[in-house]
Write a protein of this length. Structure first.
Length: 255
């Protein structure tokens, strides 16, 4: 009788174990099933968005970013609409965001990427060319912060759910204004202001790029103006943007 009971118990355990393994395998298969999504990205801002310095006129960082995103299993296809305009400042970007084509694109987007701020700094240079000093740049920050906040608010008004990524400012100014030793401090102040604005809005991220170009200007800047990135510079920018879009599942791509 005892042998029969042990045999029955052993057979039952095998049956239960087998069922559990099958169930677990089924759940695991479901968990690993990836349904690729289409990504709709809008890029707005200045010459870094337009892609000035890209020797093949492919759109600067957007060209590389599209290929990097499309390499992911969770991405079926990436479309990037580029509305970058060389020379745009934050107030000019605000005007650009009022255009019907831009508003329509933002409404349909999953992500809006912004490059802005470099020309706001250049505006301070031009206005104070005869007497450049650190205080002039500090005085311009409140207006920059106000305009940048309005940019975020305008985008949010068109699309409350889109993610927003603001790319930071790097320092190409050392060649042109080598006599201003405080240039890195000035850039840090402006980037910190950008971070503060970004933190005031949900579903946003600030992407630093200054360290990419630091002490590598000859290697990464466009040789004709030594101001905009060259192809390699844009490639490295794209890699940094790609990294931050995936960081902490910011873009929520199936994986």
């Amino acid at each position: 009788m005892r042998k029969i009971f042990i045999t029955f118990l052993f057979a039952s355990l095998l049956t239960i174990s087998g069922c559990s393994a099958a169930t677990f395998k089924s759940v695991s298969s479901e968990q690993k099933k990836i349904v690729p999504v289409k990504l709709h990205i809008v890029s707005v801002g200045d010459s870094l968005t337009e892609g000035i310095g890209d020797s093949k006129n492919r759109g600067g960082y957007t060209y590389y970013l599209k290929h990097e995103l499309n390499s992911l299993k969770g991405v079926k296809d990436t479309s990037i609409q580029n509305f970058g305009v060389k020379g745009n400042t934050t107030d000019q970007l605000l005007a650009k965001l009022q255009e019907s084509a831009v508003k329509k694109a933002i409404k349909q987007s999953d992500l809006v990427i912004i490059t802005i701020g470099g020309n706001d700094i250049m505006k301070v240079f031009r206005a104070n060319i005869s007497d450049l000093n650190e205080q002039a740049f500090k005085n311009a920050i409140p207006d920059y912060k106000k305009h940048l906040s309005n940019v975020f608010t305008t985008i949010r008004k068109e699309n409350p759910n889109a993610k927003i990524a603001l790319v930071g400012i790097y320092n190409p100014f050392s060649t042109w204004f080598s006599d201003i030793k405080e240039m890195n401090t000035i850039l840090n102040d402006w980037n910190n202001t950008s971070k503060q604005v970004t933190k005031s809005y949900k579903n946003t991220t600030f992407i630093p790029v200054a360290d990419i170009f630091a002490k590598r200007e000859d290697e990464l800047l466009y040789e004709e103006d030594h101001f905009h990135p060259n192809n390699k510079g844009y490639d490295l920018m794209s890699q940094r943007i790609f990294q931050y879009l995936l960081k902490d599942d910011f873009l929520r791509i199936p994986h």
